[in-house]
Design a protein around this ligand. Structure first.
Ligand code: DGJ
Length: 735
């Protein structure tokens, strides 16, 4: 962790600030493998000292890490939470305007509290106050011991006479010092989400942000990696993983200053978001999720997967079901028979759940396309005369669970809801309400709309006692922002209040329906953040179901989010989004690396494809515990130039592993694919078996043979896959 040690230049804070005598408090936030250190004393600044590999003894810090520097106007000692004012000239974590118009804030230490919440979670709160004003800022850390994740958020309150204008309130600030910094970000657009890009940071500010309000993670992700002294490698080097748990406007800024120090600030976007905080009111930031590894980014992913399965995902200890979703198989055109036929076929396939997608509701304005009916959550009696209960019971009688689609935050202009509640629609005064996918957004900053969303969920669930799963969609972002509910002076609260209103609705729903499985859809990746995910069982990474594109999308996604939550569906060929033709085996092999599902009209499968699909579903059920609960090792990146991709999952006890490899382009007749495996026990012997073969194909020469873990990890394996969309799945079991 040498390079992370901050050779920071001490400024001109009061002489002796960092001397041994004055720095009485050493605040350590530690997990099994990680430590953060802050030093301070009462009425002094809280200094950031260290975040990296675990330190058993932090007592060496006070007075020893920083050398006093003459004032050259550029130095500074990084604090826990830099506020605008004094000598601080970088982007601050906190910027307020006090009730008397003063623009600056000067935070000093009050006290700290550390509590063991249970055997795995240690909470630390560092309390600070302004030196002149009754403004109180607390930074809350939670250290997850086993998973090596540290989360943090900030709360602010005050007792000034009038409202404070809160302009910047970051979730986290992290200063680092190294020779160079490499940022991996994940950008995207509809049908091409989580595209991974890495760049070297140079001087100045790199900012990643969203002002879209809703579905903000679809185009820019709140998750990122920072690698020190070289590009991020899977198994080597110091890498920080960060993920802001927030589904609204956000900003991540990475500033390399004139001393070569990198300052990372993460939080809600400050754009048009000034918050007027009343005396004694508390404003809380989103949570920032951190992890670190000195042995590459693979460990970052495994830490976050373990942590989210336990703390940021509903039912993270339960295996996910194989489902058939009706969307690409039926779209809006279905009647009762279409659905019961699909359920019959799903049962025949060994599928475990059927999900009825969009199009089942609306009577005055039937939802027969995306133009009408959204908001009117009553069953369309013409399409489904016996209602949802009949279909759900039909599924259950066939041995399947039943799920249904909703999009409760949105409304079509052509709907009874829009006629009844025009005041609930997000709009900018008398300006045009701009439709997107022919729909408007409901104003979740309004508690009446939050009630409506909760009530919609309750009513839809009540359509049948046999509904086990809800697919929650959200298909637009915010344009021409404004709220009829918020006062004229508080319109800038919209961005924060919308998301908090959504989270409050989620919380109420989860309290009432703890057992229901909920998919976080948002037209694909739109809310792929831990803020929303904690209320859901899984997410829909993309509307693009083309297997080739999914290899790259899911590879980006799996840097942060676990396979068990990654809905991955086999869809028709030619693919409906891209027109690309791919073999059924390739489509299954890709989908089986996440939570397998199908997005297809089953009657379109026949002959060998039909029997292969049935067998593939059964195969998935066998490998599911390893894929969904095992450790991920990425082997070959689809973002590389060679046109192959490969990854594997290893069970926690290292007794079983599932390996996937994909050929993404034509490689020439004589080329073959070779890779070294990871994560196995070198001392164990493993039998390697090719599974999910279509028409008896065999691509591994050693199929069925036994090898040592050491051999597989050092010598590796080679496979005869080289044509476009050839793929292999290997089951590796302890001998
Ligand atoms: C967007 C979703 O991502 C799709 O899966 C589907 O549910 C449609 N919306 C339905 O309108």
């Amino acid at each position: 962790m040498k390079t992370v040690l901050l050779s920071l230049i001490l400024l001109f804070y009061s002489i002796g600030l960092l001397s041994q005598e004055n720095n009485k408090e050493i605040i350590k936030v530690s997990t099994h493998d990680l430590t953060m250190v802050f030093t301070t004393s009462v009425n002094e600044k809280v200094l950031f000292q260290y975040f990296g590999d675990h330190l058993s003894d932090a007592s060496a810090f006070p007075g020893k890490r920083f050398k006093e520097q003459p004032d050259n106007g550029t130095g500074y000692a990084p604090t826990l939470y830099p506020a605008y004012g004094g000598r601080y000239f970088l982007n601050p974590a906190l910027k307020l305007t006090h009730a008397d118009g003063v623009l600056t804030t000067d935070l000093v230490f009050v006290n700290q509290e550390t509590k063991n919440l249970d055997a795995n979670r240690i909470e630390t709160i560092i309390r600070m106050k302004d030196t002149l004003y009754p403004v109180f800022v607390d930074v809350h850390f939670m250290a997850y011991q086993k998973e090596n994740v540290i989360t943090q958020f900030v709360t602010i309150k005050h007792q000034e006479k009038k409202a404070l204008e809160v302009e910047n309130l970051a979730s986290a600030y992290l200063p680092l010092h190294a020779e160079s910094y490499y940022l991996t970000q994940f950008h995207g657009t509809w049908a091409a989400e989580m595209q991974m890009v890495e760049e070297k940071l140079t001087h100045g500010i790199k900012r990643i942000e969203s002002k879209k309000g809703v579905r903000t993670n679809q185009s820019e992700s709140t998750s990122f990696l920072l690698s020190l002294n070289g590009p991020a490698d899977e198994d080597h080097g110091e890498v920080y993983g960060g993920s802001l748990a927030w589904s609204g406007n956000f900003s991540l800024s990475f500033e390399v200053d004139e001393c070569g120090v990198l300052h990372t600030l993460t939080g809600m976007n400050t754009f048009a978001s000034t918050y007027h905080l009343l005396p004694n009111e508390t404003l809380r930031t989103p949570e920032m999720v951190w992890t670190f590894s000195s042995s590459g980014k693979g460990q970052i992913s495994r830490n976050l997967h373990d942590w989210s399965q336990k703390y940021a995902l509903a039912h993270g200890d339960r295996l996910r079901l194989v489902l058939l979703n009706s969307w690409e198989g039926a779209y809006f055109s279905f009647g009762e028979k279409t659905i019961t036929d699909m359920i019959d076929a799903a049962a025949d396939f060994g599928v475990e759940m059927f999900v009825l997608d969009d199009g089942w509701f609306g009577n005055k304005y039937p939802r027969n396309n995306a133009d009408a009916g959204l908001g009117d959550w009553q069953v369309n009696r013409e399409k489904l005369p016996r209602g949802i209960d009949y279909l759900a019971k039909y599924a259950v009688d066939k041995g399947l669970k039943f799920g249904i689609w909703i999009e409760p935050e949105m409304v079509n202009p052509k709907s009874e809801l829009a006629e009844k509640h025009p005041e609930w629609i997000v709009k900018s005064g008398k300006r045009e309400i701009i439709p997107m996918r022919n729909q408007w957004l409901l104003d979740l900053s309004n508690p009446a709309v939050q009630d409506f969303v909760v009530q919609t969920f309750d009513e839809v669930i009540a359509l049948s006692p046999n509904i086990s799963y809800i697919k929650w969609d959200a298909n637009r972002h915010v344009d021409n922002v404004g709220s009829d509910y918020l006062s004229a002076g508080d319109q800038t609260h919209f961005w924060i209040d919308y998301v908090n209103g959504l989270y409050s609705a989620y919380e109420r729903i989860r309290a009432k329906h703890p057992e229901v499985m909920i998919q976080l859809c948002s037209s694909g990746g739109g809310r792929l953040d831990f803020g929303a995910l904690r209320f859901h069982d899984e997410f829909w990474p993309s509307d693009n179901t083309n297997a080739l594109d999914r290899v790259a999308i899911q590879y980006g996604t799996n840097h942060f989010f676990p396979a068990m939550a990654t809905s991955s569906h086999v869809s028709p060929s030619p693919n409906h989004q891209t027109g690309m033709i791919t073999p059924l085996k390739f489509r299954f092999d890709v989908a089986m690396s996440g939570r397998l599902g199908m997005e297809i009209q089953p009657k379109d499968l026949a002959g060998e494809d039909l029997s292969f699909a049935k067998q593939a579903v059964e195969t998935y059920k066998q490998i599911r515990p390893v894929v969904q609960l095992g450790d991920l090792y990425r082997l070959v990146s689809p973002y590389g130039e060679n046109g192959w991709a490969s990854l594997m999952y290893v069970s926690k006890d290292k007794k079983e592993s599932v390996f996937f490899a994909y050929s993404l382009k034509y490689h020439g007749r004589t080329t073959f694919f070779e890779t070294k495996l990871k994560g196995l026990d070198p001392a164990k012997k493993y039998t390697v078996k090719e599974i999910n073969k279509h028409s008896g194909s065999r691509v591994f020469w050693g199929d069925g043979q036994t090898f040592s873990g050491e051999y597989l990890m050092k010598a590796g394996i080679n496979l005869t896959i080289g044509n476009p969309f050839e793929s292999a799945v290997l089951l590796i079991t302890e001998f």
